[in-house]
Design a protein around this ligand. Structure first.
Ligand SMILES: [Zn+2]
Length: 216
């Protein structure tokens, strides 16, 4: 099974990627992991990527794509993979399609985690981080009434990334980038949406049910 997972920030994509990949016995391939592996392994691509990151610049598409190509060529990805964080836009999706086509392959499925914006805001804007131990609490889900960490007594604060205004902005950016990608895959007839609200296990179960018809 060759699978791409897309979803907004706060949809629990990283967690679902891990569970789904493990259920299907395929590697979870995220761009973050690929970057770290190349940089810490000191590959030529890693060294190149690092020159951009050290300057605070974005790593160019060509470098990311070359890393993805290398990773998909590895032995463990020959019987399938789950891509998380790539492709990010239609141009990358077309490159991925051509890359797979060169190998006589194609994507089987693109799974979209669907959560409405207000739910994402509720999840992310309710997070409080401990200034001492770094543990994250949720005002609603953990029923946090005070501003102290239950683990170490440290003061809790809201990270800038979790502020409602920032979350809404990240959602807008996501929509702008991803809406065309989702339409592209809908046009290819390989897009399936999965309701990503509710407990983690239930979301995984829904995802597995959505995948089942596509398993060879
Ligand atoms: Zn703490």
């Amino acid at each position: 099974m060759r699978l791409v997972l897309v979803g907004p920030p706060g949809a629990g994509k990283g967690t679902q990627a891990q569970y789904i990949a493990s259920n299907l016995s395929i590697p979870k391939i995220s761009t973050g992991d690929i970057f770290r592996a190349n940089v810490s392994g000191g590959t030529d691509l890693g060294k190149l990527a690092k020159t951009f990151m050290d300057r605070g610049d974005l790593v160019p598409d060509e470098v990311t794509i070359a890393m993805v190509r290398d990773r998909l060529s590895e032995d463990d990805a020959q019987d399938g993979f789950l891509l998380d964080g790539f492709p990010r836009n239609v141009a990358q999706a077309e490159i991925l399609r051509d890359m797979l086509k060169d190998w006589g392959l194609a994507l089987d499925l693109v799974l979209e985690l669907v959560v409405d914006d207000d739910e994402v805001v509720r999840r992310l804007a309710g997070r409080r981080t401990c200034s001492q131990c770094g543990r994250i609490w949720h005002v609603e889900f953990d029923d946090k009434k005070d501003d102290k960490c239950d683990a170490c007594g440290g003061a809790l604060f809201q990270r800038d990334d979790d502020k409602e205004e920032t979350v809404r902005h990240r959602l807008e950016v996501y929509q702008e980038q991803t809406a065309p990608l989702v339409s592209y895959y809908a046009g290819e007839d390989i897009l399936v949406g999965v309701d990503a609200t509710g407990p983690v296990e239930e979301v995984t179960q829904r995802a597995m049910e959505a995948i089942r018809p596509y398993l060879g």
